[in-house]
Structure formats: structure tokens, C-alpha cells
Design a protein around this ligand. Structure first.
Ligand code: VG1
Ligand code: CO
Length: 580
């Protein structure tokens, strides 16, 4: 092939958000849009690192992925990349990309030094919906802010990109290597099985025999909903073929370009079919619900964990996994190095860390902040309230890992139990956890696609207000007598304990005397307008009060939050778009 230098001009708005660049497909298909971003990434990595490199390119299979993969292959070749690795049909979950970068050895003994993940995660897909791209580094984790800032700067100044124009499209549906000759030598595209490397890693972490016993026991019933995302490709292989679950326990496990027209976000609103099957919907299902249910988002890094007629909040989930990891999961048998959560995630994990005397970190939203801690050996298990849970086996959150972690805990608790007596259920485990550690009532209100200007003003007002605690407390007192006093308010700022980098403006926090918290943030993953997130949390240690309905328990705090932020005044919204 020949290398062409193509002239281009900067395109506005290519700033990567919490997790890469996400835009409507119609934005991505504009001439040079993807090309500019990819070349800006190569330039940010520096030509020396790109030349001769092996890079992964794959994603959740959403609409435009196949075209994007061919474009990136040609540009990579022209930029002197030595090898591109592609999961069969361009499919690799976000956690699988991380695993492949860290663990995989190519047919010729090569190792990858990074990769492009093509996904807009939990956002819908299709010609009128979202596409996204992000770059992950050699450690398998998302590019740190230093790199994403550089990428953005490059997009604002770009003048040219390199393209192997006469390189033919590569068949990515068949496993194998295709080789080409370029001006600087050989260029290979290796297509490989999407699940093999990930499965191997999971087998090295969990006790598959004990999970198999649980899943094949007649007492235990299971259901997994991939919402037509890429998780389907792993669910069949792992849960059915390896662990003996019934084929009928898989819902929507056929990856589709448009996720079947749905919103591939594993929460109580969007995972409707699973929610109904688990007995959590409005109408009661005809069959007895399964004992355990779980769902994933489009790129399979998120997870929702459900018991029979029971929802586990993600904040509780990570705390429970941390509390049980050493006993239930072989990978952690030597102990946890530390635990971490994102700032808006509830403090359930903090209580476990204290109890078990573990190192603990609170980081800004977004997985990239956990990576540094893990690379430095400071953190084993971490999580976010947004249905993200994971560990230092990779540098992304991991939806299937979380399900295997829960199945491991269930298998462990039911070791002696599968023969006769009553099963220890998901609900039993959670209630037992609350009884031991106290309960963090928790909810998140999302106001999606509000006017960006109004959202900015609301946040600016909150920043101003939080500087005067007496004013804040006057509003609190005037709103609800059940709510305790605000003792601290700030804009969250994080200093990375490993590299010393500082991240500012990471959300506004109001901390109350009784441990309650209100947090306000603007989303960094949307593709249109602004999304305001309001996080509400209340800690209850009294065992007599830990079994209330969470929306009811949190109602007074919600009222206070709406008053403090004047949310309705600013946005005109009387109700959130989604409650999780
Ligand atoms: C959201 C979540 C955040 C998560 C991010 C990426 O970000 O709140 O916790 O890390 O999505 O998840 P934001 O900025 O919209 O609040 V995923 O599954 O999109 O990679
Ligand atoms: Co995701």
C-alpha cells in the first residue's frame, strides 16, 4: 500500500468526556471527523510510540463500528503501526479490550501497547443514535487526562492525516492474519476469537467448579440480560458453555448494531424484560422469578445485580464484594490491597474498609482514576454507583466479572446448602450486610438533555451557595425538620496520590452531620444537551430502621436537594428522567 497525506481542518467539539468521544452517528460520519480524532490520538501518543506498535481496535459492535474499524486500520498502516488486532466481527467488550492489551500474546509472539475502543457504552445505537471512540493505554486502562487533553489540543490544530488509501478492506469476520506490504515494511491485521483471552483470565480469577455446581443445582435459577450488547458474546460462552447455565436463562444475548432498538443501560428503567422476569415490575410474572438476575450495558463494562424481587444498589454491590472477596474468590485469597470508590458512590464501601482495616480511596467519577491506584498496588476492588464494579485484574470496570463475583459469593455461602436446606439468597446476603455494617440508603436522579446553559447556571449557583454554610442551613431548616445540618460543602477536587496530578470541579458535595450526602454533577458522557445528576445518600446504623423503602427514606433529603439547587426554576423539570 501507499501512504497518502490528506489535508484536513479542525472540527469543533472533539473534547473527550468522562470516557472518550461520544457523538451522534451523523456527527461521526462527517468527512474527516473520525480521521481527525484518530490522527490527533496518534500525534498525542507521539510518532515514535506509534511506529512499530501493535494496537487493538474493536468495540461493542454498534452501528458504524465496521466502517470505523476499516478507517482506523488504513490510518494505522499509514502511521507506521506494525499490527492491528481485531476481535472477530469487530466485537470486544470494553473489559475484554483491557484484558487483551494486558494479557494477549499474538500468533507471532507480539504484545499490544494500547487500543481504540469503539463504543458509546450505555447510549443507544443505530443510524440516528450514538457512536463513540476512546483510547486505552499500555496498562489496559483509559488514557489519562494528560493524554486526552493533548488529543483535544491536537484536534484544534490538525492540518493533515495519513491514510493508506489503496489498502483494501480487511475481512474481519474470519479468524486469521492478513499481511500487507507498505513503504516501511510489513503490516498485519490479526483477527482473533473475541472471548478466548477474556475467558482464560476469568478462569484464573474464579473457582469455576464451585460456580458450576451452583448454576447446575436445581435449586438455583439464573437469568442474564445483555440488552443486545456485546456481553451476549461472552455470556453464552461463559455462563452456558463453561458454567452449565440453561440456554433459556439468557435474554437478548444476540449482539445487534442498534441493540434491538433499546437503550442498553442496565438499570431498573431500561432493563425492562429482566426486571419483569425478576418479579420487580409492576405486574407479577407468571413463573416464579429466578434467584439471581443480572444485566450489562452495550460494551459490557456495567452490571446490574438483582435477586428475586430484589434490587442491589451498585454502591452496596461493591461493598459486599469487597467484604466477601477474600473468602469467596481465589484471586483475592491473599487479601485485598485496598479498595476505592468514585466520589458520588455511597459510603457503604468506606464502612467495609474501616471494618477490615483496608486502604481506602475516593476518586472522581470515571474509571481512569482507579488505574493509577491499581498500577501502584494500592487497590484491588473498586466501584461506582453507576453500575460499574471491578478489580485490578484489568483497568476497566467489568460487567461479567461482577456477575461471576456475585455467583462466587452465592456459591460460597451455599457450599453446604445446595443439597437440602433453604438457599442463602441475594436478598439474605444484602440484608445480612446491612445488619453488620449499617445501610446506606441511596438513589440517583438524572435530568437528561436539559438546556446546557441552564445546567451551567444551576451549578454556578450551587458553587456560590456552598461557600456560605449558614445560608445553606437556613434553606435546609426551612425545608424539612427531619434533615440534619450541613457541616461541610465543597467542590470535589482530587489529588492523585500516585502521580500528584490534580483534577478540579468534580462535583459539588453537601455533607450532613448525620453522614448524609447530597452531590450534584454534570454528566461527561452525554452526546446532546446537558445531564444533571443528583446523588442522594443517607446512612442508617439502627437495625430497626434498615429495612425501609429507599425512595421513602430519602424523600426529605430529595426535597432539600431540589430547594438548594432551585432545580425546577432553572430547568423547568418537575421530575427526573431516570431514577436509579
Ligand atoms: C457516567 C457515570 C460514570 C461512568 C461513566 C462511564 O459518567 O456516571 O460513573 O464512569 O459514565 O461509564 P457521567 O460523566 O455521564 O456521569 V460507561 O459504561 O459509559 O464507559
Ligand atoms: Co459501558
Amino acid at each position: 500500500f501507499k501512504v497518502a497525506r490528506v489535508e484536513t481542518t479542525p472540527i469543533d467539539g472533539q473534547k473527550p468526556g468522562t470516557s472518550g468521544l461520544r457523538k451522534k452517528v451523523k456527527v461521526f460520519v462527517q468527512p474527516n471527523y473520525l480521521e481527525n480524532f484518530v490522527q490527533s490520538t496518534f500525534n498525542a501518543l507521539t510518532p515514535e510510540k506509534v511506529r512499530g506498535a501493535t494496537l487493538v481496535v474493536s468495540g461493542d459492535g454498534r452501528y458504524y463500528s465496521k466502517d470505523a474499524i476499516q478507517i482506523i486500520i488504513k490510518m494505522a498502516a499509514a502511521n507506521g503501526v506494525r499490527r492491528i488486532w481485531v476481535g472477530q466481527n469487530g466485537l470486544l467488550s470494553t473489559p475484554a479490550v483491557s484484558a487483551v492489551i494486558r494479557e494477549r500474546v499474538g500468533i507471532d509472539g507480539s504484545r499490544a501497547s494500547g487500543g481504540f475502543i469503539l463504543t458509546a457504552s450505555h447510549n443507544p445505537g443505530g443510524p440516528h443514535e450514538d457512536f463513540g471512540i476512546k483510547y486505552n493505554m499500555e496498562n489496559g486502562g483509559p488514557a489519562p487526562e494528560g493524554i486526552t487533553d493533548k488529543i483535544y489540543e491536537n484536534t484544534k490544530a490538525i492540518k493533515e492525516y495519513f491514510n493508506a488509501e489503496n489498502l483494501p478492506d480487511v475481512d474481519i469476520s474470519t479468524v486469521g492474519v492478513t499481511s500487507f506490504q507498505g513503504p516501511e515494511g510489513q503490516f498485519d491485521v490479526e483477527v482473533f476469537d473475541s472471548a478466548n483471552d477474556y475467558l482464560k483470565l476469568m478462569k484464573s480469577i474464579f473457582d469455576f467448579d464451585s460456580i458450576r455446581k451452583l448454576l447446575s443445582s436445581s435449586k438455583f435459577t439464573f437469568c442474564y440480560d445483555a440488552l443486545h450488547g456485546v456481553a451476549g458474546a461472552y455470556a453464552k460462552r461463559i455462563f452456558v458453555e463453561e458454567l452449565g447455565a440453561q440456554e433459556s436463562s439468557l435474554l437478548n444475548c444476540m449482539p445487534k448494531e442498534d441493540f434491538g432498538g433499546g437503550h442498553p443501560d442496565p438499570n431498573l428503567t431500561y432493563a425492562k424484560e429482566l426486571v419483569a422476569r425478576m418479579g420487580l415490575g409492576k405486574s407479577n410474572p407468571q413463573d416464579e422469578p429466578p434467584e439471581f438476575g443480572a444485566a450489562a450495558d452495550g460494551d459490557a463494562d456495567r452490571n446490574m445485580i438483582l435477586g428475586k424481587r430484589f434490587f442491589v444498589t451498585p454502591s452496596d454491590s461493591v461493598a459486599i464484594i469487597a467484604a466477601n472477596a477474600v473468602d469467596a474468590i481465589p484471586y483475592f485469597s491473599a487479601g485485598l490491597k485496598g479498595v476505592a470508590r468514585s466520589m458520588p458512590t455511597s459510603a457503604a464501601l468506606d464502612v467495609v474498609a474501616k471494618h477490615l482495616n483496608l486502604k481506602f480511596f475516593e476518586v472522581p467519577t470515571g474509571w481512569k482514576f482507579f488505574g493509577n491506584l491499581m498500577d501502584a498496588g494500592l487497590c484491588s476492588v473498586c466501584g461506582e454507583e453507576s453500575f460499574g464494579t471491578g478489580s485490578d485484574h484489568i483497568r476497566e470496570k467489568d460487567g461479567i466479572w461482577a456477575v461471576l463475583a456475585w455467583l462466587s459469593i452465592l456459591a460460597h455461602k451455599n457450599k453446604e446448602n445446595l443439597g437440602g436446606e433453604k438457599l442463602v439468597t441475594v436478598e439474605d446476603i444484602v440484608r445480612q450486610h446491612w445488619a453488620t455494617y449499617g445501610r446506606h440508603y441511596y438513589t440517583r436522579y438524572d435530568y437528561e438533555n436539559v438546556d446546557a446553559g441552564a445546567a451551567k447556571e444551576l451549578m454556578a449557583c450551587l458553587v456560590k451557595l456552598q461557600s456560605s454554610l449558614s445560608e445553606v442551613n437556613e434553606i435546609v431548616k426551612g425545608t424539612h425538620s427531619d434533615v440534619s445540618k450541613v457541616v461541610h460543602a465543597d467542590e470535589f477536587e482530587y489529588k492523585d496520590p500516585v502521580d500528584g496530578s490534580i483534577s478540579k470541579h468534580q462535583g459539588i458535595r453537601y455533607l450532613f452531620e448525620d453522614g448524609s450526602r447530597l452531590v450534584f454533577r454534570l454528566s461527561g458522557t452525554g452526546s446532546e444537551g446537558a445531564t444533571i445528576r443528583l446523588y442522594i445518600e443517607q446512612y442508617e446504623k439502627d437495625p430497626a430502621k434498615i429495612n425501609r423503602d429507599s425512595q421513602e427514606a430519602l424523600a426529605p433529603l430529595v426535597e432539600v436537594a431540589l430547594k438548594l439547587s432551585k432545580l425546577q426554576e432553572f430547568t423547568g423539570r418537575t421530575a427526573p428522567t431516570v431514577i436509579t
